[in-house]
Each structure stands twice: as structure tokens, then as C-alpha cells.
Design a protein around this ligand. Structure first.
Ligand code: GLP
Length: 253
């Protein structure tokens, strides 16, 4: 894992965006794995800026990590809606090249199998963007998720439902299930860029970076990834035992 600690989330996001922009410049057919939540918003703002300055996304393909089960694509809290609002409508990506799991899939196992097959047929994900839940989840892979899990229907933990209530009118409206890429799916991406900001992520970040590799902190499986980049602000890094060391080697880079 390469740990990068910035003063602000904007600075951290600009560093992460640069990796994506360089990849797209080098390979216009780059396959991106995309995430939702508040964390990637400044990163997406950077990509929008890069597109305005001439970066071409027209041949980029994308696969989103997850979607709430039961929400239609036009539901304002669906991840389809989020992606359209915050990225797809603002860059020149071809919507035909974007995929978000179908929250209304009737035959869920068949849908999940097809999603995996489509990713494979696209050549696999080159760069996977990730946030982290306060319980250490990535995508919607909650504690207890197997390291070899694939895209599937998952049940959200109570803490995730509580965390995500802020986006809904009340807790009862938060869907209880989601379709999510698995840990095994995420681990196949050629690179992973995980971003985490704020004090409420500090404990999960500590578990991910310095804890034992465990299903109890699904993000800790990224310790086994050959090309995982972690972008933090000071608050998210605040509980790391080796924080000063990561900063020193980061400055030397
Ligand atoms: C949801 C998403 C995750 C995201 C997490 C954190 O649970 N499924 O992909 O990382 O929220 O969200 P936020 O970035 O808003 O803190």
C-alpha cells in the first residue's frame, strides 16, 4: 500500500485524479471502476476540470461498484442518479460505455454473473476508485465479506444504514440491501485508489492500513493488492501509528 497524507481532501483528491488523468491520457480506452458517496466528489470535480481542459473520456469505459437494491435509476438517492449528476453528465464519457449495477434486477444472480462477465470482456478494471465505510467496508462489502466474494446481493449492517441515513428522509427509507462487486472482484483491478477524509474514517483507516488482514475490516484485504494507493487527509490519518513515517516517505516521493 502506498499511503499519501495531504493537508486537505482537495489536495488528496487532486493527487488521485492525476493518476486517473495520466492513465486516460496514455490509454484512451481505460476501464474505470467508480465509487459513490461524498468522498469521491472532489476527485470527480477534478476529472470534470480535466475534461474541460481537453482530456478526452469518450472511449473510457466504467463499471460502478454498487447500487442500492430496490432503487430505480431515476431515484435521487440511487447510485445511477449520483453518477449522472456528479460525473457522467459533466464529462464527455459515452453513457453507453458506463455501467452501474441494476437495483431493479429481477434475476439477481443472473444479473451479477453478467456484470462480472461484462467487466472481464472489457479487459478488466484498470483503476478502481474506492471510499471506505466507517466500519471498514469497501463497495458494500460489509465486515464478514469473503476475500473471494464476487458481485452479489448483500445486506447492509446497521452502522451503514445509520451512516447513510443522512442522504434519505429517515432511517426507514434506507434500502437494506445492495448489489455490490465483491472483494475478489475489486482485488482484480490493476490499481486501486482508496480515498478517506475526516475523523469519522480514522478508525477504519487504521484497521485497513495497520490492522491484521481480516474479514472484520474488509478494506484490510487491500494490503494484499500489488498496486493500492491510499489518499488521506490529516484527520483520516490521525490514528495511524506510523503516520510521520508515511509522511516522510511521501515527501521524498
Ligand atoms: C457507501 C458506499 C461506499 C462508500 C461509503 C462511504 O456505503 N457504498 O462505496 O465508500 O458509502 O461513503 P462516504 O464517502 O459518503 O463517507
Amino acid at each position: 500500500m502506498q499511503i499519501s497524507i495531504s493537508n486537505t481532501m482537495e489536495e488528496a483528491s487532486a493527487l488521485a485524479a492525476k493518476l486517473i488523468e495520466d492513465a486516460v491520457r496514455k490509454n484512451p480506452f481505460t476501464v474505470l471502476g467508480l465509487a459513490t458517496g461524498s468522498t469521491p466528489l472532489p476527485l470527480y470535480a477534478e476529472l470534470v476540470k480535466a475534461c474541460k481542459e481537453g482530456l478526452d473520456f469518450s472511449r473510457v469505459r466504467s463499471f460502478n461498484l454498487d447500487e442500492y437494491y430496490g432503487l430505480a435509476p431515476d431515484h435521487p438517492q440511487s447510485y445511477h442518479y449520483f453518477m449522472n449528476e456528479n460525473l457522467f453528465s459533466k464529462i464527455n464519457i459515452d453513457l453507453k460505455n458506463t455501467r452501474v449495477p441494476d437495483g431493479l434486477a429481477k434475476d439477481v444472480p443472473a444479473f451479477c454473473k453478467a456484470y462480472e462477465e461484462e467487466m472481464k470482456a472489457a479487459g478488466g478494471v484498470d483503476i478502481q476508485v474506492l471510499g471506505i465505510g466507517s466500519d471498514g467496508h469497501i463497495g458494500f462489502n460489509e465486515p464478514g465479506s469473503s476475500p473471494v466474494s464476487r458481485t452479489r446481493l448483500v445486506s447492509l449492517t446497521h452502522s451503514t444504514i445509520v451512516d447513510n441515513t443522512r442522504f434519505f428522509a429517515n432511517e426507514a427509507e434506507v434500502p437494506r440491501q445492495a448489489i455490490s462487486m465483491g472483494i475478489g472482484t475489486v482485488m482484480e483491478a490493476r490499481s486501486c485508489l482508496l480515498l478517506a477524509f475526516g475523523k469519522n474514517k480514522a478508525k477504519a483507516v487504521k484497521g485497513m492500513v495497520e490492522g491484521g488482514i481480516s474479514q472484520f475490516c474488509p478494506a484490510s484485504f487491500l494490503q494484499m493488492h500489488a498496486s493500492a494507493y491510499v489518499f488521506l487527509d490529516e484527520d483520516a490519518a490521525s490514528e495511524l501509528q506510523l503516520k510521520d513515517y508515511y509522511k516522510e516517505i511521501g515527501a521524498a516521493r
